[in-house]
Ligand binder design. Sequence first.
Ligand code: NOJ
Length: 519
Amino acid sequence: MELRWWQRRAIYQIYPRSFADASGDGVGDLRGIVDRLDYIASVGVGAIWLSPFYPSPMADFGYDVADYTDVDPVFGTLDDFDELVEQAHRRGLRVVVDWVPNHSSDQHPWFKESRASRDSARRDWYVWRDPAPGGGPPNNWERAFGIGPAWTFDEQSGQYYLHSFLPQQPDLNWENAEVEAAMHDVLRFWLRRGVDGFRIDVIQKLAKDPELGDNEPELRHDEDWPAIHDRLRRIRAVVHEFDDRMLVGEVYIFDLRRLASYVSTGDELDLAHNFVFLHLPWDAQAIRASVDDFVELAGSIAWPAWFLSNHDHPRVASRFAAVPGSGERRARLAALLTAAMRGTPFVYQGEELGLPDAEIPPDRVVDVDGRDPERAPIPWQPSSVAGPGVGFTSGEPWLPIVADADRLCVEAQDADPDSTLAFVRRLLALRADVEALQGGSQRSVDTAPGLFCFLREDDGARLLVALNFTSGSVQLALSEEVGDSAEVELSTSPRRAPGPADLRTLELEPDEGIVFRLR
Ligand code: NOJ
């Protein structure tokens, strides 16, 4: 099977505010990313995905877009963006950008015009409704981020407008063909500038019940409406006006069957972020069951995407830490799990360092939804070398720096062959080197409780991946004859060297993961 670029290599998510600040204002920017492209390439990923850098009042840190075709001055200019694309491509890195089609900022000229009066030419670009007969919001839909209706009353025109997220993020009306055409043109704008793909924000929200029926216990009317699939096909058609591009959707729904329907027909998304997987407990059985389910549902057409963290969820090292030290070990195990399975791995910036969440004192909280800890800046250098900005900024960082930055920073890990960074580099190099880890088939193998084991096979090459999800040592007890002798290719543990291993007696260390080559 001929694999596409986005199937072979991992995709690295950059949250631009927190990656690297070249201007010294305490907020990361596009120049900062350009300066660090060699580092990104050295990790071994094949592409970067940039969270939004468009002009924005930052009520939701860029997911409230006030102009879809420009760069916010805090991040730089369109020239900086062009330079970033050119420099990334020169290093063999593809560039994926975030497209936020469900809602704009309330400061977008489209919304200002829409809001101006009931007769405005763009009134219908957003979703306006009269109050319910007895007064109050038009239906029972709720917004994300806190409790409350997804509707805000506009005194001036006497109607409510819909916002699935903050009141500052009004939902665009995708029932209106002009809106659809305008948003398609946004895609073309960035495609012409050379981007290789898009991550689509909350794609399931792009089709809602046009009758605005109340949500019911068993049926949501405010997302995932059947029209989504035709809308996605039309989006794909736009992207396919250009060569070799990719679409990954944030499909925030918790039904694997519905999730799979966004990727399984071959003419919608290329990849779907699987939030069922992200929310699983740290439990081998639960993970195996969910992986098996998705692999079966995906069938032969859909290609999975695997990830366990992004800018909206606590980091692996904090979320899954059991005993002291296990956080970093589990970050390595998570990296191995996501990179060794069949599918495209996503690496959120800082996961390759095993970073924990940062402590955010109450007076430094800036996000509306408690997501500051996982958005703390990347520590590049020890404070003894670079001062309190740890190489992220020469100014005052917009969020606090993580604890232990001197030990966890890039410069320190770069110099340590036993570091998490060194492990992730070996892991991604192995994946790049071994075809079976890219296109090979995947099959789970029964083993001891607490372990998740699977085989990757391709053209006679066979690899066994064994992952210990417990904080104790566990003997590998394969119920199936996969052969006794194997070579350890890679382990998350610095104590286990590559070389021959006996699968009958092998014991995994706490939180250890191993890739074996079977003879
Ligand atoms: C998902 C994004 O990842 C998140 O950061 C944002 O707040 C919401 N969508 C709304 O755009």
